[in-house]
Structure formats: C-alpha cells, structure tokens
Design a protein around this ligand. Structure first.
Ligand SMILES: [Zn+2]
Length: 173
C-alpha cells in the first residue's frame, strides 16, 4: 500500500528550513550540523539538533531529541499522523525510533551514503515487513543541507591543518 504526503511543497520547504535552523544551532556548538523537527497539524511539537559531543552520548542525534520532545509534549509514544523533517538521512538508530514512534511521514535533505538507512544502505522506513512503515521523501533543500555539512567538515580540516602548522612553526623557534 503506497502512502501519500499530506503536505504541500511550500509546507515541506518551510519545515525543512526549521530543521536547518536546528542544524545551525548544532554548528554554533561545534557539533556536526544536523537538525530535525516533528510536526503535527502544521505545528512543530518537537525540535532537536545533534548534541553528541556536548553530551558525550552516542544517542544524542537530532531526530532522537526531536522525537523525545514530541512524545513528551503529546504525553504519548505514539506520534501517529506526524511528520519528521531532518537535514540528513536517518541512521539505523533514528530509523528505528521513527518506526517505533509510528511517525507517518519522513522528509530528509541530504543523503548519507555511509550511514543512511532511508535509501542509501538500507531502506528501513519503507520496509512493509515491519509493523509500521512511512511515507518517505528525500532531497528537500538537499543542497543547503549538504552544504552545511561539507562546510563544517572543511572548516574542521582547515583548523587541524592550521594547528599542525602552528605546532611546526613552534618547533622551529
Ligand atoms: Zn541517527
């Protein structure tokens, strides 16, 4: 059975921009810039951005935090009829949380060829052998979402290079 999107293109863009805002919050904390929001009846009920370094918690992914907040707000683990927007393709853990919380629609920006399980390595979200599966759509503001990540990693590499150079110069002195 094919599922269908309940949102217009404008709405998808709007909520992905909100997820991008979350990703930028992560970036400000020197975290890998990934952000997510959970939406119900066109209202954001959960927000999250990657906090893995800050918390030193391997499970502090943007989607997990947004799902946790949404569950708390609804007082239920069932996020039926909700949509999740995330800037990067979900990993296996987050895909699991999406299925277990019964999120209805998932929209992501950039693909994660090395870790994504919403089409890249596996497609957990549309696998109808599971009890629950989702409507899935990718490439919403893909370029912007991907650019955030590539700029971040470029900066990290440059910082490392500069630090190395400074160390070498120091040795010469
Ligand atoms: Zn994840």
């Amino acid at each position: 059975m094919e599922k269908q999107s309940t949102l217009t293109m404008d709405e998808k863009e709007f909520f992905m921009l909100e997820a991008i805002k979350e990703a930028k919050k992560a970036q400000e904390k020197m975290e890998v810039p990934i952000g997510a929001v959970v939406v119900l009846n066109k209202q954001i009920i959960g927000r999250g951005h990657n906090l893995r370094e800050t918390t030193q918690d391997a499970t502090a992914h943007a989607e997990m935090l947004a799902i946790q907040e949404a569950c708390k707000n609804l007082g239920s683990f069932r996020l039926e009829d909700t949509q999740l927007f995330v800037t990067l393709e979900p990993c296996p853990m987050c895909s699991g949380a999406i299925l277990l919380s019964r999120i209805e629609e998932v929209y992501f920006g950039a693909y994660d060829p090395k870790g994504g399980t919403a089409g890249s390595l596996l497609n957990l979200l549309e696998d109808q052998r599971f009890n629950h599966w989702c409507y899935l759509e990718s490439k919403i503001r893909q370029e912007e979402c991907g650019q955030l990540l590539s700029n971040f990693f470029k900066k990290i590499r440059e910082n490392k290079k500069n630090a190395k150079k400074m160390k070498e110069n120091h040795k010469k002195d």
